[in-house]
Write a protein that binds this ligand. Structure first.
Ligand SMILES: *Cc1c(COP(=O)(O)O)cnc(C)c1O
Length: 236
């Protein structure tokens, strides 16, 4: 097989395996497989992989750095391929304008100043962007996320923003925590946000190593990189 066909076949097999694994996690949790959306995180992998995934029916793609995501999104657009782009990484205000051009959902909204920058940028593009609030479950905000004590106020700000739609919460499980403990706490955060905006029901939780625990705790979106694309050569 040509290298491209080889890679495509590998991605196809990985997708099947990953979707099966999500479905079995759902069954164990007594949930419908359709209740969990797979976001394939394509960071560090080329645009050709992203394009192949969309052609294989995997429309939801995630990226965590604008420097990498912006050219990748532009390249796919030139090919007439339009994924649903999920921005899942820490975001600086000075990147808001760039990210607002391509991101359909931003999972990492964690500060009021970022909300204002994104709202302005989305309005300038004439776009409506779906926002998830990233929560810092252990209070260490160096890896992004809002403190639990500030979550309500942040939710209210997003709910008032004209070009952002509050959709739910997101977290990364702290490295030294039991995943279930982390995702149960995130489920409580989801309640807090739903008390501000009842339709903000999305819970973005779970990566390749811990998604089954996230599904058991109610995740509606899992963000999987390695399971779908393979091991990354560089850490991000
Ligand atoms: C890279 C990344 C993922 C995917 O991680 P894997 O371990 O490759 O599944 C999920 N969420 C965020 C925020 C990421 O940066």
């Amino acid at each position: 097989m040509a290298p491209d066909a080889d890679r495509r076949e590998q991605l196809r097999a990985n997708l099947v395996r990953t979707r099966d694994a999500i479905a079995s996690a759902c069954r164990e949790a007594g949930r419908e497989p359709e209740s969990v959306r797979l976001i394939a995180v394509t960071k560090t992998f080329p645009a050709s992989d992203a394009a192949a995934l969309v052609e294989l029916g995997q429309a939801d793609l995630g990226e965590n750095r604008d420097q990498e995501a912006a050219p990748k999104a532009a390249e796919l657009e030139r090919l007439g391929i339009e994924p649903v782009w999920h921005f899942v990484g820490q975001l600086q205000r000075n990147k808001a304008r760039s990210v607002a051009r391509y991101a359909d959902l931003i999972h990492s909204v964690d500060r009021i100043r970022l909300v204002d920058a994104l709202d302005t940028a989305a309005a300038a593009q004439g776009r409506m962007i779906e926002a998830l609030l990233q929560v810092s479950l252990d209070g260490d905000t160096s890896r992004g996320g809002v403190l639990l004590s500030d979550l309500s106020a942040l939710a209210e700000r997003v709910a008032e923003a004209g070009s952002l739609r509050l959709r739910g919460v997101m977290a990364v499980a702290p490295i030294d925590w039991e995943p279930v403990k982390a995702f149960e706490l995130l489920a409580e955060c989801s309640q807090t946000v739903r008390s501000v905006e009842s339709s903000a029901t999305e819970i973005s939780a779970g990566m390749s190593g811990d998604f089954a625990a996230a599904v058991a705790c109610g995740a509606t979106m899992v963000r999987l990189g390695r399971n779908v694309l393979g091991e990354r050569e560089v850490m991000t």
